[in-house]
Design a protein. Sequence first.
Length: 156
Amino acid sequence: MCQRCDYPELLQHAALAPLPNRVAVLEIVGNSPSPLSTQEIFDIVRRSQRMNRVTLYRILDLLVEKDLVHRISAGDRSFRYGLAPNANHPRHPHFYCSRCGNMECLAPEAVNVDTRSLERTFPALIQKVEIRLDGVCRSCLKIHGSGSRRDHPRTP
């Protein structure tokens, strides 16, 4: 749970009215320790708000458009939603478990990408870098045994 973020203020800074449903969705995404699926967000929001799926999708699209929330692709061809980088939350990579479907946030320093070097060799303006590592999480390894390279081939 983030004690440092003022979600209504983040919405206002993005030129959005801090309507109750918007604040609720942004709080759910921002207070989660890991990116959430639309279904997970819907299940949580329905505990305290009356909201239908269409409204949730529209709010998520708006929050993504205003760069308050990032839509992160998962290894199962779905999306997860996490708080976009801000003063309290640095940009960071994610780990997706191909067995259980959970996605975890990794420490910002876990994977480094030198975009300045890339911009020198690739003549373009890089606006977003999304890094997702796919594999088998610790919990699944415990449940299914340690796993060998033969069981879990690595891609080059």
